[in-house]
Design a protein around this ligand. Structure first.
Ligand code: DCP
Length: 259
């Protein structure tokens, strides 16, 4: 194609790209983010969920310095290592999880969203913001991330988002709110091995972090646009997985908010 035709196609492509809204689902561990995301996608063909890259954190490949070039790489479960020895592994885990999330959040939306009839929405389970303002901050406050590690984390996090953040900005946040006790019951029920040692006090701390950021707005945020992002708080204490009536109510709430 001639360069003017190419330019025309590129401009059209850019227009479709900028129509895609980016929304993240936030909430405590095991509150039901994945279920809710799947529900949204199944009810609306213009919505597409990007999965949380948790399987990558469960199998990190490495090679020991003595075995370079010869032995098979070792596969480590970094999520488990973090829960078993948080002082040693929290910084490493938070670095890795945020990097893998950054990759996910920077990926262009799938082609089918570019041709959506209505408003296309790309849905993320969590974001580079909850990584920092919920989990990493929490680990720092618990003393599992040292002051130096926290300074280093914040430095690269701010730098990367200043450089690439415009491509990862959110147009909305859905906060699934539920009492920590409810999340604890759901966590026990699903029985993810790595989370066996998680205590209620930990979920209570994470709950306060969510409330401070998304409800009380008392968390110090370092990105201007993030302070303006609209937040929809959804009551996720009701069991919505098998109740079509509750599902319909929640979906209507979300669709009204983002229309
Ligand atoms: N995690 C963490 N630090 C992060 C992100 C996640 O320690 N920055 C941990 C907490 C959980 C696991 O990773 O053990 C996955 O957490 P999520 O709450 O993101 O995902 P769930 O699968 O628990 O969500 P849901 O059950 O709501 O779908």
């Amino acid at each position: 194609p001639s360069s003017s035709a190419q330019l025309h196609i590129d401009t059209k492509h850019m227009d479709s790209l900028s129509r895609v809204k980016r929304v993240s689902i936030e909430g405590n561990i095991a509150v039901g983010k994945s279920t809710f995301a799947r529900l949204l996608q199944s009810q609306n063909q213009d919505w597409e969920v990007a999965q949380e890259p948790i399987s990558k954190w469960q199998s990190v490949e490495s090679t020991s310095s003595q075995a370079v070039g010869s032995a098979q790489p070792t596969v480590s479960n970094l999520l488990q290592m973090m829960y078993q020895d948080p002082q040693r592994w929290s910084y490493t885990f938070q670095t890795f999880s945020c990097m893998s999330r950054m990759r996910t959040q920077l990926q262009p939306p799938p082609a089918r969203l570019l041709y959506a009839q209505g408003t296309p929405v790309q849905v993320f389970e969590r974001s580079v913001y909850s990584d920092r303002y919920i989990f990493a901050l929490n680990m720092f406050e618990l003393g599992c991330i040292s002051a130096v590690e926290w300074a280093v984390y914040q430095d690269w996090h701010s730098f990367l988002l200043e450089q690439f953040g415009h491509r990862a900005q959110l147009e909305g946040i859905i906060y699934l709110q539920a009492p920590p006790e409810t999340c604890m019951a759901r966590l026990r029920k699903r029985g993810r091995g790595e989370e066996r040692g998680v205590q209620l006090t930990y979920l209570e701390k994470l709950h306060v972090q969510h409330e401070n950021w998304l409800v009380n707005k008392s968390t110090e945020l370092h990105f201007e646009h993030l302070k303006q992002v609209p937040v929809l708080t959804v009551d996720a204490s009701v069991e919505f997985e098998r109740d079509p009536e509750v599902q319909e109510r929640l979906i209507t709430q979300v669709q009204t908010f983002f229309s």
